[in-house]
Design a protein around this ligand. Sequence first.
Ligand code: TPP
Ligand code: MG
Length: 614
Amino acid sequence: MTKTVRLTMAQAVTRFLSRQMTEIDGRRVPIFGGVWAIFGHGNVAGVGEALYPVRDELPTFRAHNEQAMAHAAIAYAKANFRRRFMAATSSIGPGALNMVTAAALAHVNRLPVLFLPGDVFANRLPDPVLQQAEDFSDGTASVNDCFRAVSRYFDRITRPEQIIPALNRAMQVLTDPAECGPVTLSLCQDVQAEAYDYPESLFAERVWMPRRVRPDRNELAAAVAALKGAKRPLVIAGGGVLYSQASGELAKLVQGAGIPVCETQGGKSSLPDDHPLNMAAVGVTGTSAANRLAEEADVVLAVGTRLQDFTTGSWALFKNAGRTIIGLNTQGFDAGKHWALPLVADAAEGLVELSAALKGWKAPPVWTDNALKGKTEWQAAAAKVTASTNAAYPSDAQVIGAVQRAMGSGVTLLHAAGGLPGELHKLWQAGAPGSYHAEYGFSTMGYEIAGGLGVKMAKPGEEVVVMVGDGSYLMLNSEIATSVMLGLKLTIVLLDNRGYGCINRLQMATGGANFNNLLKDSRHEVMPDVDFAAHAASLGATAEKVASIAELETALGRAKANSKTTVLVIDTDPLVSTEAGGHWWDVAVPEVSARREVNAARKKYEEAVGSRQG
Ligand SMILES: Cc1ncc(C[n+]2csc(CCOP(=O)(O)OP(=O)(O)O)c2C)c(N)n1
Ligand SMILES: [Mg+2]
């Protein structure tokens, strides 16, 4: 007879999670780094009670905002190259829905996270309960159905035994490199507390290792033939290179064949910035070195990238009409995008096999030499815009220069939204793989500080530097208090340009009036003058406002020595961004307008759209 143990459904969930393991560098570790939780009705009595007895193996962390705690969980998974992850549990209703944006963030970025929102009563007897939305025509609907669109696997648990296959499926999705993304197990409040005789085997320790799929023979042959015929080959390194921890294999391939590499936001730090073949950022926020090559390339080996519009310049970047794209990706959906030759495989495995098949083959030296020259030119341009200044309102680029000089390339740098992503993609000189942490798949304002917390949990021994605009900071800053409470130090550099600088610039570029972006252009009775340093200090951080780039560099030295989360605030210029490098981006301009500026912008827009290649 099967041995069973009588547990509530919630107790079964937490016991199961605490027994799932992985091996990293030969060491067995829990695959779940912990559970983020904000309790309320819908999870405190069930999941909350069940988390307590396993709190040593599966620690519970309390946050201030459900979206933010999910950001931290997701950043933790990214910083662990998806090898370890976390769960996030909430009450029903608003607590649950606060996590939906984060679920979408994880979905877009293909990052594993387990959501355990509370749900309404499966037995429906006390309906409508507090925080329950009533659907007039569908008795099975609850607000948690919102998670369906942004989960790779969604299940609503309405009977305690349903959790047995659901937990198995959840683990499959969380650990599958191709399917990887958010999993939502929506846990009905009454069912969390219901007991069932679970088989003891459910709670046996299991070890999950990443699946490394090797290429199909025919796809490999086609990719090798395309590369061997290339005169102007180029590699685009995406986030998949990092998730596969394939930097060594990438370096070997490109060094052997003399192929230049450029990096997406997600793939930046695949090679260190100072690797001679690393042309750095590609696309809308790219360097002149990378984009020039992308325009001319005849064979583009796209490794582990979703080829989103910022990478492809809305598909206007590749100008060589006869070009071939090879899509090396674990996910067939990505591998075959835009008629690419698909090469479905783990990045490291695929690169190893390509290296072996290309042994002895080299790209024409004139192409490689041209690339190296382009990089030198770009570095000179970048040095100019990041140099120190005495200006009262420095540019984002000048602040980036100061952070780089003070902190070096040995830190993990994190950002997500505003003008910073574009500037950092171009200008930050990344070090080790994973040291550049961009959330630019969903570019969620408010990811930054909570995300930094998740990175620090994954890499407690490393210096984590968060760069954030005033807009993102005001949207979601509450986890500063959590970072102080948990003793997880962050260095936060806050660039205050008094509004949504990058959207204001986009508005101007599309012919719009300066309207509703910078605070001064927004309807107001009193012009806001937020004291960010006082605000951060009130949350427990060490905080100061600096008056210049030189002061920022000195203050960063102090921040480095400080053991507590430090927030440094600097006023910046909202109007400037780095003009060097970059590429057109498709943002639709109105076809008719009473504004002359819009009509002019529309004319330019139509010309740009007309020059786009398939
Ligand atoms: C949650 C969310 N809302 C809106 C946007 C659109 N958006 C992108 S950047 C931005 C302004 C960001 O302001 P700030 O953080 O001050 O950076 P700045 O643009 O000034 O550099 C907005 C509104 C977004 N990315 N995320
Ligand atoms: Mg701003």
